[in-house]
Design a protein around this ligand. Structure first.
Ligand code: BG6
Length: 493
């Protein structure tokens, strides 16, 4: 069971309270923290949206959603009724001054409590919500605001949002969430690197040939087509989740686990990324879009069918080759890929070590000895595997075989791995921003991805088609194979 050191009494106000994120992720995460005794007795959750509901109507909805979205076996009748009693619902039209009054009235008796304003709504509303909070005198010293991604659409819009929010909240009150940083396996990457002395001496271009970061999903865009079609995989996944993973792999050791120490190091990695511009974008990136196919045995429509047949050049798949230009990583490519409607859900970081310099084994040439590889599995089957070369048992000479040392978190720790939002929401209440993105990081990530978009937009090429249920466009295979390497495909456990 997750650790349950209680957090201070708080009010958590979720804008976008009837939205997908609130229903699928935030409320289930808060329920689980409450069930495990982490929320103080009088903490409240206030859902805000435009829908005309009252407390009872909203609680009924949440009660049904919890059963749908909680991990099996987590729903407990008594815990759920205590949780539902904490919930209030307020209907607001952000643009209408008068409609804020009910929300303002809810807070007049609790000025000292921690207030978390969670903006789980479209980023174009962030500025007006923050102005509304200020106009209603709702922002206190103990307040924090959480910004869901995407923070903008490009560098200019991200800057504008950061300015608007920054006019109301101080930077240390702003929590820009990237839920990948709350995943247990992602935090474990920091522990693996900085709590094990044996890896750090090898963690550089002297021993590492290349790194692969894959986030493969089987889901399509489902009910999010409106958002997704104006976003695409580069904005939706690479600009944030994949670049954050790259930062954690590539960063220098911070001197302590402190918000600014960690984020300073991540920022340096983003700033050291070799810019991809112009023609080079076409050599080093691949974008794809899924067509109808079979995913996990079921037929699924293609992306444009999900858009009701409208033509679209939005990418649902990206693969690219990045480089971090510094002493540690010079010459070590980082291959990134992510896509929807792929063959299987599998997210992993693969650190591929260099081959041995010389074979001493008779009949086995230098190149025939498999190389060591560390695979950090983010989901599913969280864990890590270190692939080593061993002697196959038996007489008749030395035969080499690569076998994995396997650490499965489920088997080793025998406990539920908490969802990323559980950890991150409690960090916000505690006021700990270590696992959140700072303004300069978000802007640096946009700065790097923007020229890729620009080159794609100028190009006469369209995204390459790939059938749903496959591993993506063949050009993504070619991208890595051109360099004499292959994508890692983990054999099942
Ligand atoms: C979100 C993206 O940030 O992350 C989604 O907007 C994506 O498109 C999701 O499906 C993936 O998250 P997870 O935790 O399921 O890997």
């Amino acid at each position: 069971m997750a650790a349950t050191s209680p957090v201070a009494p708080c009010d958590i106000i979720v804008f976008g309270g009837t939205g997908d994120l609130a229903r699928r992720k935030l409320l289930p995460a808060l329920y689980l923290r409450d069930r495990d005794g982490q929320l103080a007795a009088d903490s409240r959750i206030v859902a805000v949206s435009r829908a005309g509901l009252d407390d009872a109507g909203y609680r009924d909805k949440v009660s049904a959603e919890l059963r749908d979205h909680l991990p099996s076996g987590s729903y407990d009748e008594a815990a759920a009724s205590r949780f539902l009693a904490r919930i209030h619902y307020v209907s607001i039209d952000v643009a209408e001054k008068g409609s804020w009054l009910t929300l303002i009235a809810l807070f007049k008796d609790a000025p000292q409590r921690v207030r978390v304003f969670y903006l789980a709504c479209a980023p174009r509303l962030f500025g007006s919500i923050c102005s509304g909070l200020r106009a209603g005198s709702l922002v206190t010293e103990q307040s924090r605001v959480v910004l869901e991604k995407p923070i903008g659409h490009d560098l200019a819009s991200a800057r504008r949002i950061n300015e608007e929010v920054g006019a109301v909240f101080a930077e240390e009150q702003i929590f820009r969430i990237d839920h990948y940083l709350g995943k247990e396996t992602v935090q474990n990457l920091l522990v693996l690197r900085f709590a094990n002395a044996m890896l750090e001496p090898l963690w550089n271009s002297g021993s590492i040939d290349h790194v692969q970061i894959t986030v493969a999903e089987t889901v399509g865009v489902g009910g999010r087509v409106g958002y997704y079609d104006s976003s695409g995989a580069l904005r939706d996944m690479v600009q944030n989740h994949l670049l954050q993973l790259l930062c954690l792999v590539a960063m220098e050791p911070p001197n302590r686990m402190d918000a600014d120490a960690v984020r300073n190091e991540k920022l340096k990695v983003l700033q050291a990324l070799r810019p991809l511009t112009g023609d080079e974008v076409h050599h080093r990136t691949v974008r794809g879009q899924y067509t109808p196919g079979l995913v996990e045995g079921s037929p699924v429509p293609g992306y444009t069918e999900e858009l009701d047949g409208a033509a679209s050049t939005t990418e649902t798949f990206v693969a690219l080759k990045a480089e971090v230009q510094n002493w540690r990583w010079a010459g070590v490519p980082f291959y990134l890929r992510t896509g929807k409607r792929l063959e299987q859900r599998a997210s992993e970081i693969v650190v591929q070590f260099r081959p041995v310099p010389h074979s001493i084994f008779p009949g086995i040439s230098d190149g025939a000895i498999a190389t060591n590889r560390l695979v950090l599995r983010l989901q599913p089957d969280e864990g890590m595997r270190l692939h080593l070369v061993t002697k196959e048992p038996g007489p008749g000479g030395v035969r080499l075989r690569q076998v994995p040392l396997n650490l499965s978190f489920a088997e080793t720790f025998k406990s539920r791995l908490p969802d990323a939002y559980e950890r991150l929401l409690m960090d916000v209440v505690r006021g700990n921003p270590t696992l959140f993105m700072r303004r300069d990081e978000v802007e640096a990530a946009w700065e790097w991805t923007e020229p890729i978009h620009a080159a794609w937009a100028d190009s006469r090429h369209r995204p390459q088609r790939y059938a749903a249920g496959t591993s993506g466009p063949t050009a993504a295979t070619a991208l890595i194979e051109r360099d004499g390497r292959t994508w890692h495909e983990e054999e099942s456990a």
